[in-house]
Ligand binder design. Sequence first.
Ligand SMILES: Cc1cc2nc3c(=O)[nH]c(=O)nc-3n(C[C@H](O)[C@H](O)[C@H](O)COP(=O)(O)OP(=O)(O)OC[C@H]3O[C@@H](n4cnc5c(N)ncnc54)[C@H](O)[C@@H]3O)c2cc1C
Length: 369
Amino acid sequence: MTHADVIIIGGGIAGISAAAELAADLTVLVLEGEAQIGYHSTGRSAAIFIRNYGNDTLRALNAAAAPIFEAPEGISDRSLLSPRGELMVAGEAEMDTLEAYCDGATGIDRLTAAEAAELVPILRPDPIAGAVLERDAQDIDVDRMLQGYARLLKARGGRVVTGAQVQKITRGHSAWQVTAAGEAYTAPVIVNAGGAWADPVAQLAGARAVGIRPYRRSAAIIPAPDGHDVDRWPLFGAITETWYAKPEAGKLMVSPADEDPVDPHDAWPDDMVLAEGLYRFEQAVTHPVTRLEHSWAGLRSFAPDRTPVVGFGGQTEGFFWLAGQGGYGVQTAPALACLTAELITGQTPDLPPETVAALSPKRFGKDIQ
Ligand SMILES: Cc1cc2nc3c(=O)[nH]c(=O)nc-3n(C[C@H](O)[C@H](O)[C@H](O)COP(=O)(O)OP(=O)(O)OC[C@H]3O[C@@H](n4cnc5c(N)ncnc54)[C@H](O)[C@@H]3O)c2cc1C
């Protein structure tokens, strides 16, 4: 039987980053069901950091995460970010959404249709009624980030066990007993970083589900449109999130920005959803899509209020939630990892109290575990 101060269930970016922060003070063990860390949502993201993405709570997390991305002490010897920019365009009927996005946003510029098409020459200017550019949106090197946190965890004496699908969780007198792949582990605190499986993991532990729902998002790689060097283009898309495209190693990643509710599973794209999304992209640009090189899908898992769920529920001792990161789980991970470590070690969080309260599972009612 292996004992630790904290057992983290899930070796995605949430679990690994929180483990690395916690390992500064405590013995930490991560149990990951797959053969490698980052196999599910973390390995399938669009890898972009957008400061104005999400509601006020998420924007507070984005702001707290930015300095860690820029100077990732102990994780990498250089910034995990590189310049990209994000250009969102709106048709006449989408201008309300554009105005709402700009409300409270910082560091953005309004562009005309001609200016937008100058930045991304394949955009058709005619349907564009307005556009907004966030110059500060940046690419994230997700693999360097994940591996950097994993190295930091190891250097601090923590451990990751892969191929360790957690099947049973029971609460003993003063500690949890967790069974994974025939091995038993104990710890007074468990962290539920199960991504799309966060609710099933909670139920295994006898805690009540909070209603975290996985939604599928697909993406495809297409060749760069003829004669275009796409490397310096920003990510570009519809403000109403009906499609977006992002330069990716000299090619374009195009996503239908789909959000279909599904059960937790090893996700793959639905051909029809992909085709419809590529059609919407084609309507906005001057070049037809002639070939897909590769496609994939992943799950973005949201709580009902689309805000992450982070903290002790309060009813079941030692059960900590780190879930519901939706479409922002990579960019918020450094901030949520610090918050997780602060709450578990009993330190006062750096984040404002209203942000901490908005993230708490206690917001779902008294009987949430
Ligand atoms: C197409 C797409 C684009 C995205 N783009 C961005 C983006 O640009 N920027 C951004 O910030 N975010 C983006 N996201 C969201 C981001 O990828 C997720 O929010 C983030 O990866 C969630 O991390 P996680 O660690 O919670 O989940 P995961 O990476 O899914 O990790 C959870 C882990 O828990 C493990 N697990 C579950 N149950 C058990 C069990 N019983 N026992 C053991 N292990 C278990 C799973 O195997 C899994 O590895 C995108 C997502 C998708 C799908």
